[in-house]
Design a protein. Sequence first.
Length: 81
Amino acid sequence: MRVFSLFHPNQSHWVVDLFVDSPIDFSDLHRRSVTGEIEDVPVTVASIDDLITMKRLAGRDIDLSDIRQLEQIREMPGDYT
């Protein structure tokens, strides 16, 4: 997977990954995406299930750790899809 990552120099946890090659068909990703707000700005992000799929495809140690955390979030009460 080739990704171009953007980050805020003062907020290292704010990272946006732009995919050069989409590992999942974009129309499918968009249909399952979730829209929310960050500091009153609307943002659309991939669903938890799609994030897990993409991280499994990447297969790095950090991705495997992220998968465990995403699976825990997915099991929490509420709508975190």
